[in-house]
Design a protein around this ligand. Structure first.
Ligand SMILES: C[S@@+](CC[C@H](N)C(=O)[O-])C[C@H]1O[C@@H](n2cnc3c(N)ncnc32)[C@H](O)[C@@H]1O
Length: 203
């Protein structure tokens, strides 16, 4: 559980946990939840608290093995399987809510859009996602150049894909999702903002 332990120390992690809890409190109990990518199963305690039935999917068998070892994993109420978020092996409207955290900033704009469309297709009504966007520059000057360089260096390290807010807006429109709740997680020195969004489908 080293991966989960190392990450769980930060404020970003704690704020995400709180944001997810807040979003789940808005929704009814006993839902059919999809969590993709499920990673180490960090939200299992909250799903358990709300009596949700959970399907956790991930492309990595190693991550699924870690999720299975999570203290709150329950064979009775949870199932885990290998799957690609861009082609989910489920019928339309199969789940009540789809949760997708720490994924959209690993992939390009096209994959963001395709993945959100898949979440919308398999979810009857709701999704909860995390998304980091580049803030609109309010001025040009030393500060703006510094932030641009910081973002460039991060992209060179290949760890994170930073999107303009238009990437999120376009992906939401393509997937017929509207934002019903926005939870601020953090603003960083590279002038990006990370939020968790509760989304609802519209016709
Ligand atoms: C940063 S982790 C986030 C996991 C979890 N959502 C969390 O917040 O801790 C990213 C995860 O995405 C998974 N992943 C990457 N590409 C994927 C894909 N196309 N479909 C499903 N999972 C994918 C990785 O295996 C990894 O577990």
């Amino acid at each position: 559980m080293l991966y989960a332990n190392v990450r769980s120390q930060g404020d970003k992690w704690k704020n995400e946990q709180k944001a997810l809890q807040k979003c789940l409190k808005i929704l009814p109990d006993s839902l059919n939840v999809l969590d993709v990518p499920v990673g180490t199963g960090r939200f299992f305690p909250f799903y358990k608290e709300h009596h949700h039935t959970v399907t956790g999917l991930d492309i990595s068998p190693d991550m699924l093995a870690m999720a299975r070892r999570h203290d709150d994993f329950s064979e009775e109420h949870m199932s885990l399987a290998e799957a690609d978020i861009t082609a989910l092996p489920y019928d339309n409207d199969f789940f009540d809510v789809a949760v997708c955290m720490r994924f959209f900033n690993l992939v390009n704009a096209d994959v963001c859009s395709q993945s959100l469309r898949e979440l919308s297709r398999v979810s009857k009504r709701y999704a909860i996602i995390g998304f980091r966007h580049i803030n609109k520059p309010s001025h040009f000057g030393v500060q703006a150049i510094k932030q641009h360089i910081l973002r460039f260096v991060k992209s060179l390290k290949g760890k994170i894909v930073l999107h303009d807010i238009e990437v999120l807006n376009q992906a939401l429109a393509n997937a017929h999702f509207k934002i019903v709740q926005e939870e601020f997680i953090e603003k960083r020195a590279d002038d990006t903002t990370y939020c968790v969004y509760l989304l609802e489908k519209y016709d």
